[in-house]
Design a protein around this ligand. Structure first.
Ligand SMILES: *Cc1c(COP(=O)(O)O)cnc(C)c1O
Length: 420
């Protein structure tokens, strides 16, 4: 469910015609719907309403725009961050430090101190080495860092290999068969307050079974740790719930997910934490683009060349991902086409042999479901600028990230005087 619909023959974001945004801000531009973001945050929280104690931390990496984070903060969500930059954003958006969870395998000492000095709610430690380092930093500041140990449950998430994180060969977490021992050793360090365990097996999950398997293993680990006389008050179940990218695809709903969690964790007696990203913001955004040219090809299927490219939306080039492509003013006819961007890489291809709304040079079109892992993965490759972002709220809209023009990027570069 989202608020991007045809009204009077033109695609709108809530009540705003997309042509008005293109006119005011130019293209390409990301467009987010506040109402859709709020709806998804509420649906997710409602799905967990049956759990005794829960905490939802929005995965900032899915969409770190400050306005998006502000919507999450107003909906009562905390933040799951994976860098000092994301931590600073979460706090700038008004999130309480207590509501922030810091994940990631490569937290630097500087980032750990930043987290300690901000008073964040939980560090998710991804190795024994990291725990030892954090303990020393916390002790030096006279603190005990609240921590969960992230475990790698060795479960096949049945998703794209590049976004699977819970198989033994992935870099994340500690092997689950060694986790109880590591937890015990870290619990003995005065700088740490070991309070829980965490798991996150991957992203864009289309089935609940791998999650259920991972949660089941986590439950056994909690029992094992407690049997050794140690305390577990928190269990972080991560994120990963997938969303449909193709019209008509069906994914597990937050309700089904919540029911599964309630069943599996019924006897855990712990505060359950969640880190959803994509499921909250994925279809709350789209990438608005303009057709530059339609080029004949050698086999009759034309190339539709749009002004958005792989530097603006990396998912198709990176993961072979599908984004539905729709004309902003569909004229009723259809065409077969390859959809490509202007970048000098064959990988700059959004779709091959796709049946789409017929479009002509100058027409506006959208890539749907681009609200997660979209703008945040943008680069300036080919000396293209950074794409602008807009948020719509009813019949108004605001630019929530300026377009960064190529000149602003090269202004940060220097030619040393010894090259004169
Ligand atoms: C990326 C990530 C998430 C969010 O994943 P989604 O698939 O967007 O829900 C949650 N937790 C951790 C640790 C992550 O790395």
């Amino acid at each position: 469910m989202n608020h991007f619909e045809l009204i009077g023959g033109e695609l709108h974001a809530e009540n705003v015609p997309l042509s008005a945004i293109a006119e005011a801000v130019g293209t390409p531009v990301y467009v987010y719907s506040r109402a859709t973001l709020e709806r998804h945050a509420r649906v997710f929280k409602a799905a967990l309403a049956g759990l005794p104690r829960s905490h939802v931390a929005f995965a900032v990496k899915a969409n770190p725009n400050l306005a998006v984070l502000r919507v999450m903060q107003r909906e009562g969500l905390g933040a799951d961050v994976v860098s000092g930059g994301e931590l600073a954003r979460a706090l700038a958006a008004g999130m309480a430090p207590q509501d922030v969870v810091f994940s990631g395998v490569g937290k630097t000492a500087t980032e750990m101190v930043q987290g300690l000095e901000s008073g964040i709610g939980q560090f998710n430690i991804e190795s024994e080495e990291e725990g030892v380092e954090l303990a020393a930093l916390a002790a030096a500041l006279g603190q005990r860092a609240p921590c969960a140990l992230r475990v790698n449950p060795d479960v096949d998430a049945r998703t794209h290999a590049k976004i699977s994180t819970g198989k033994a060969e992935n870099k994340f977490g500690v092997p689950i068969d060694r986790a109880a021992g590591i937890y015990a050793r870290l619990s003995a360090l005065p700088g740490l307050d070991m309070r829980g365990v965490a798991v996150h097996i991957g992203s864009q999950l289309s089935q609940l079974e791998p999650l259920e398997e991972a949660f089941g293993k986590l439950g056994e680990l909690i029992a094992e740790i407690r049997a050794a006389g140690l305390s577990v008050t928190h269990a972080d179940l991560g994120g990963g719930l997938g969303v449909p990218y193709k019209a008509g695809e069906v994914f597990p709903s937050p309700e089904e997910y919540g029911a599964m969690v309630a069943r599996v964790t019924a006897r855990w007696d712990a505060t359950l934490m969640f880190e959803p990203g994509r499921v909250i913001c994925g279809n709350a955004g789209l990438l608005l683009t303009r057709v530059v040219r339609v080029k004949r090809s050698s086999n009759n299927t034309p190339f539709v060349i749009v002004d958005a490219a792989m530097n603006d939306l990396a998912r198709p080039a990176m993961y072979g991902a599908w984004h539905d492509f729709d004309a902003v003013r569909p004229n009723g006819s259809r065409m077969a086409a390859h959809i490509v961007g202007p970048i000098c890489e064959t990988g700059d291809t959004f779709a091959m042999d796709r049946e789409i709304d017929a479009v002509e040079p100058g027409d506006l079109a959208v890539f749907r479901t681009a609200g997660a892992y979209g703008a945040t993965m943008a680069s300036s490759y080919n000396s293209r600028g950074f794409v602008a972002e807009v948020m719509v709220d009813g019949d108004k809209f605001a630019v929530v990230a300026d377009r960064i023009v190529p000149e602003a990027i090269s202004a940060a570069e220097r030619v040393p005087d010894w090259l004169d």
